[in-house]
Design a protein around this ligand. Structure first.
Ligand SMILES: [Zn+2]
Length: 802
């Protein structure tokens, strides 16, 4: 899903961003420090926060030798009733029990039931302000009084046609089996149902319809089918049946399987869907089929359905229907878009997966999305395939689609919904687009197509750990944006972009359940993306990070990883203990603020009185003399009475004594060779004191500028903090003379306060805004006193009668 932005309100309408008071909870700590104040930020997570490895997922973070997952195949026949905006379907499900367990019942996810009036989602909807309500919120409240979503006419039958009992529990449904389903066995059953589609821009959500029925519009609608049919819940080795209801934020996780879907829609509709179209001859004209074939080898997008054809279709409504047939193998869900408004462009993209050497990148959009979509949607898909293919694995499917409709940004296998559109110029009435809309579209297409890797192929559980798909995907989106344009106005991924959030009180650790995160976008998208950038650029370096990340992607392609599998793989494959990093960034709300608190310079004492006395004199001369003595104007006793002057008044105390010179000469006669060598060292020894004010232990990148004009940067690993995570002193010896030093000069660690990074400190350059039209403060006005022109008397202003 696209992160919080202008679209957030629409997407999360059932999850209004009320901000609960943050309470801190002391966690039971298996290791207790009772003497002194020391916190071991490098303590291992194994055996404490992380689960014990099993035969199903091993200690290296790989699928274990007995790894299993269920397989669920679907054959769905669905029809869209444009007039009633309802979907009706019959689906035959084949469930293969690959687990070692016997199952007596199956759980299904009925996500559309979160639109039922008595659902957890609707009943727990809270508001963020008691002072105001938006027009959108008023519309939603009024709509929900008259409209109710959710599945109707549910019927479940066994393969022999007998009815199967089922029980609804919010967005979940349990089917009780006539016979227990043993390990290795398969079961086929049928579910029939109907569901009213929500008007997405009114009630929110990830599916539904949008109609262009305002004055001057063509009166047609776009329909999006998402989370639209009863889908088998996950049964896994680490959690058994997934039983988290759909409340609105946590997206979903499902089983992989093969889909054959027949969608019956008005005859003049164009359909985009998960998978490959099996019957182009039945639904497209000969010219459209010919252009589709041309697009496979084209170097820029080709219209399969042209703007003119879409404009013609908008003028009337067909009375008949057509059935579009799709097939999708090894996917974890199925979604579609359908409209007579759709323009369709396509372009073949070369791909490294031998099973899919050419991927069809395709976009479906109404005229209202032009000319932005013609220019950027399909090209953004192609760019994503290249960049993500490089970081993870080659795109594993035959098609990659981007559909414009009422959903701001959402992903499903092979198909994504993306919202940005141009705006109408108020003067000319022409459609034009802002820079924000342009980069908004490119960014959201990269993001949503990127999700086809994470989590549509690397099947993490979004309903539990949003960061596993949104965070990892936002990190890769950042990479793809910077490969689109070095100056791309990226929103997430740069470490410095997370500073403000990491300082805020209103936050929870990244490892918090998806439904309980107050600042969703920062927590699940921005912070993990910044953390991974730091892990790549600063902690591990690109070579080790890229190898480990690719290994994680490879290991868990078409499988189901947990956070611990990610953490373990990144450590194992990079050969680096990163527990301190996960603890700080994923398990805590600490921020980064490392201060270069002090720098001291020292030379070794040569023990040569000639050298050392001279040095002492320089130090002494640098100090001011007694102010009192200097200000006294009269003559002193020793000035007026020569008899009071003796040896101590005339001796130069900076001149070495005979005794001191002899002691040094004696040392030279019988000196230990190691000591002699040490005393000859001419290096300057610099002691740098680093103070950790934010709590997060991080590498310290120290840049030293010398008086000879040269510079040196030392990248000190985070382990520098292992004895004391609050303050450490680190030494550097050099023949050069230090002029100034700065830590994190490139702002790569998300350091929250860079003003304490330099030594000596730098003056903070600012601008004062000049306020216009007001004099200085008027005391009488401030006090609200009333004065009369003829009197010096003042009196308090009378209270307003209102
Ligand atoms: Zn997303």
């Amino acid at each position: 899903m696209l992160g919080p932005s202008v679209f957030k309100k629409l997407l999360l309408a059932s999850c209004v961003l009320a901000l609960p008071a943050v309470t801190s909870v002391a966690l039971a700590d298996p290791v207790e420090q009772t003497k002194g104040r020391f916190e071991d930020k490098f303590r291992q997570l194994e055996g404490e926060e992380w689960p014990t490895p099993t035969d199903y997922r091993n200690a290296a973070g790989e699928p274990g030798y007995r790894y299993w997952q269920q397989k669920v195949d679907y054959r769905i026949k669905a029809s869209l009733n444009e007039a009633t905006r309802t979907l009706t379907a019959t689906q035959t499900v084949t469930y293969k029990n690959n687990s070692p367990d016997t199952l007596r019942y199956l759980w299904l996810m009925l996500d559309q039931n979160n639109y039922k009036r008595d659902s957890i989602a609707q009943l727990t909807d809270t508001v963020s302000s008691s002072k105001e309500i938006s027009v959108g919120e008023v519309r939603r409240v009024k709509r929900m009084q008259v409209w109710e979503g959710g599945f109707n006419d549910l019927k479940v039958t066994a393969a022999d046609g007998s009815a199967l009992a089922f029980t609804l529990n919010d967005t979940l449904m349990r089917i009780d089996l006539a016979q227990p389903l043993k390990s290795g066995e398969s079961l086929t059953f049928t579910v029939s149902w109907s569901v009213p589609l929500p008007e997405t821009k009114v009630v929110g959500g990830r599916s539904g319809y949008e109609c262009f029925t305002k004055p001057g519009e063509d009166g047609n609608c776009i329909f999006l089918g998402a989370q639209w049919f009863p889908r088998l819940a996950v049964y896994s080795d680490y959690e058994g049946w997934h039983n988290k209801a759909f409340i609105g934020s946590g997206e979903f996780t499902l089983e992989f399987g093969d889909y054959e879907v027949e969608l019956t829609v008005p005859a003049d509709h164009i359909v985009s869907a998960t998978g490959e179209l099996l019957n182009p001859g039945e639904v497209l004209t000969a010219a459209q089929q010919k252009r589709y074939i041309e697009a496979r080898t084209a170097s820029s997008p080709v219209y399969v359905v042209t703007p003119d054809e879409a404009a013609a279709a908008e003028k009337s409504k067909a009375t008949g229907t057509k059935t579009w047939k799709f097939r999708a193998d090894n996917v974890r869900d199925f979604a579609f878009g359908s409209s007579r408004k759709f323009i369709w462009d396509a372009m073949g993209v070369k791909n490294a997966d031998p099973a899919h050497p050419t991927v069809m990148a395709m976009s479906f959009f109404p005229k209202e999305a032009r000319p932005l979509w013609d220019a950027y949607s399909t090209k953004s898909i192609a760019h994503t395939l290249n960049v993500y293919g490089k970081f993870a694995f080659a795109y594993p499917y035959p098609t990659a689609q981007s559909v414009n409709g009422p959903v701001g940004g959402m992903e499903y296998p092979m198909i994504t919904f993306n919202g940005p559109r141009p705006v109408k110029d108020k003067k000319t009435g022409e459609l034009t687009y802002t820079e924000r809309a342009k980069y908004g579209l490119i960014g959201v297409v990269i993001h949503e197509i990127g999700h086809i890797w994470f989590p549509m192929t690397v099947n993490s559980d979004e309903r539990q750990w949003t960061w596993m798909d949104e965070g990892i995907n936002s990190f890769l989106q950042f990479q793809a944006e910077k490969e689109w344009d070095k100056d791309y106005p990226t929103r997430r991924g740069e470490p410095k972009s997370m500073v403000e959030y990491m300082l805020s009180e209103n936050q929870v650790p990244i490892m918090t359940n998806s439904e309980s995160i107050p600042q969703f976008g920062n927590n699940a998208y921005g912070k993990p993306a910044a953390a991974l950038t730091i892990l790549r650029e600063t902690v591990l370096g690109r070579e080790k990070f890229d190898f480990a990340f690719k290994e994680y992607s490879r290991r868990w392609q078409f499988k189901r990883p947990t956070p611990y599998d990610f953490f373990r793989t990144m450590e194992e494959a990079s050969g680096t203990d990163l527990d301190w990093f996960w603890r700080g960034w994923f398990y805590s709300t600490d921020h980064v603020d490392i201060e270069l608190a002090d720098v001291k310079k020292a030379r070794l004492n040569t023990r040569d009185p000639v050298v050392e006395k001279a040095w002492e004199k320089v130090q002494d001369d640098a100090q001011p003399d007694s102010l009192t003595a200097a200000r006294n104007t009269g003559k002193t006793v020793v000035e007026t009475d020569p008899a009071t002057v003796d040896y101590y008044n005339t001796d130069d105390k900076w001149e070495p004594t005979v005794k001191e010179k002899k002691k040094y000469a004696d040392l030279q006669k019988d000196i230990d060779p190691d000591l002699k060598e040490a005393l000859a060292v001419k290096d300057n020894f610099y002691n740098f004191t680093f103070r950790n004010k934010g709590g997060l232990v991080m590498p310290v990148i120290l840049k030293m500028d010398y008086t000879d004009g040269t510079s040196e940067t030392v990248r000190i690993p985070a382990e520098v903090w292992r004895y004391n995570p609050a303050q450490v002193t680190w030494q550097h010896a050099t023949l050069k003379t230090l002029k100034q030093a700065v830590i994190d000069p490139l702002w790569e660690t998300a350091d929250a306060d860079v003003s304490n990074n330099a030594f000596p400190r730098k003056i903070d350059e600012q601008r004062f805004e000049v306020r216009e039209g007001e004099d200085g403060p008027n005391r009488m006005k401030d006090d609200e006193l009333v004065v009369t022109p003829d009197s010096l008397k003042t009196q308090p202003k009378k209270a307003d009668k209102k």
